[in-house]
Ligand binder design. Structure first.
Ligand code: NAG
Ligand code: NAG
Ligand code: NAG
Length: 247
C-alpha cells in the first residue's frame, strides 16, 4: 500500500501536466463561474471574441475596445462548443467609458446591460469589485483567464488561466501612454506566458476580487502588459450601473 502511494505521488504530477500550453493552463471546469464569453461583429461583419465577467445579474464588465455589433454573452461555459449548463443572453445596451481612447487605450472599461437577468447557480455567479482605495501592490500574484489565443495561434475552446505578477509602475512607464493612476502594470518580463488575442476584457482576479481588465494583450506575448485598474473607476461604475438599470 505504501509502495503504491509512493508510486502514485511520483507519477501523478507528470500525468496531469498539460505540457504544451505555454500561454496558460486549462482552468478547472466551472471554477470561475463569473467568466463571460463575449461574441460580437465588427463593421465588416467579422466575428470576434472577448472575455468579460458578471458583476450584477444583468451587468457584465469588459474592455471598451470590445465594443461591437450584435453583442451576446455566454455564461456558465467551460468548453464554449458545449451547450450544457450555458446561458446565452444578448446585450441590450453597451456603455463604454466616455473618455475611452482607442489609440492610447486609456479608460478601457465598458459595462454591458443584458437583455435579461442571468440565473445564478453553481455555474454562473457574480464576482466582487474592489473598493476605491483598494490598490493591488507590486509583487502580488493574481490570475487572469480567457478563451483567447493559444501558442499555435488558434483560439481556445476551453477556458485557460494564467498567474501574473503585479509590477512596479516604472516597468510600464517605458510603454507609451501608460498612466499609473488608472492602469495596472502586470507580468514579470522573465515569464514566457502572456494573454493573447481574444483574452481582452477578461478579469485579473486577486483574492476573489476583480482588480483589473485585460486591456492590451500582446500577440507577441511580451510582458509586462497594461491592464485597466478597476479600483480607479468605482464612482463611474456605480453611476453607470444605476443608469443602465433604469427601466
Ligand atoms: C492548438 O493547440 C491546442 C492545445 O495544445 C490544440 O488543442 C489544438 O488542436 C491546436 N490547434 C491547431 C490548429 O493545431
Ligand atoms: C492619468 O489619469 C488621471 C485620471 O484620469 C488624470 O487625471 C491624469 O491627468 C493622467 N495623467 C497623465 C500623465 O496623463
Ligand atoms: C502607482 O500607483 C500606485 C497606486 O496609487 C501607488 O501606490 C504607486 O506609488 C504609484 N507609482 C508611481 C511611480 O507613481
Amino acid at each position: 500500500m505504501l509502495l503504491l502511494l509512493v508510486f502514485l505521488v511520483s507519477v501523478l504530477p507528470l500525468s496531469t501536466d498539460g505540457g504544451e500550453i505555454f500561454l496558460g493552463t486549462e482552468s478547472k471546469p466551472h471554477s470561475r463561474p463569473y467568466m463571460a464569453f463575449i461574441k460580437y461583429y465588427d463593421r465588416n461583419s467579422y466575428i470576434h471574441r472577448c472575455g468579460g465577467f458578471l458583476v450584477e445579474k444583468d451587468i457584465i464588465m469588459t474592455a471598451a475596445h470590445c465594443l461591437g455589433r450584435k453583442m451576446s454573452v455566454t455564461l456558465g461555459a467551460h468548453n464554449i462548443r458545449e451547450q450544457k449548463n450555458i446561458q446565452i443572453i444578448p446585450v441590450h445596451k453597451a456603455k463604454p467609458h466616455e473618455d475611452y481612447n482607442g489609440i492610447t487605450l486609456v479608460n478601457d472599461i465598458m459595462l454591458l446591460k443584458l437583455e435579461r437577468r442571468a440565473q445564478l447557480n453553481s455555474f454562473v455567479k457574480t464576482i466582487a469589485l474592489p473598493k476605491s482605495q483598494d490598490w493591488v501592490k507590486p509583487g502580488q500574484v493574481c490570475t487572469v483567464s480567457g478563451w483567447g489565443e493559444l501558442p499555435n495561434c488558434s483560439l481556445s475552446d476551453r477556458l485557460q488561466e494564467l498567474n501574473l505578477e503585479v509590477q512596479n509602475s516604472q516597468k510600464c512607464q517605458i510603454l507609451e501612454s501608460y498612466n499609473n493612476s488608472t492602469q495596472l502594470c502586470v507580468g514579470n518580463p522573465k515569464e514566457t506566458r502572456a494573454t493573447g488575442e481574444g483574452d481582452s476584457g477578461g478579469p485579473f482576479v486577486c483574492d476573489n476580487v476583480a482588480q483589473g481588465i485585460v486591456s492590451r494583450p500582446h500577440c507577441t506575448g511580451q510582458l509586462p502588459q497594461v491592464f485597466t485598474r478597476i479600483s480607479s473607476f468605482i464612482p463611474w461604475i456605480k453611476k453607470t450601473i444605476k443608469l443602465l438599470q433604469q427601466p
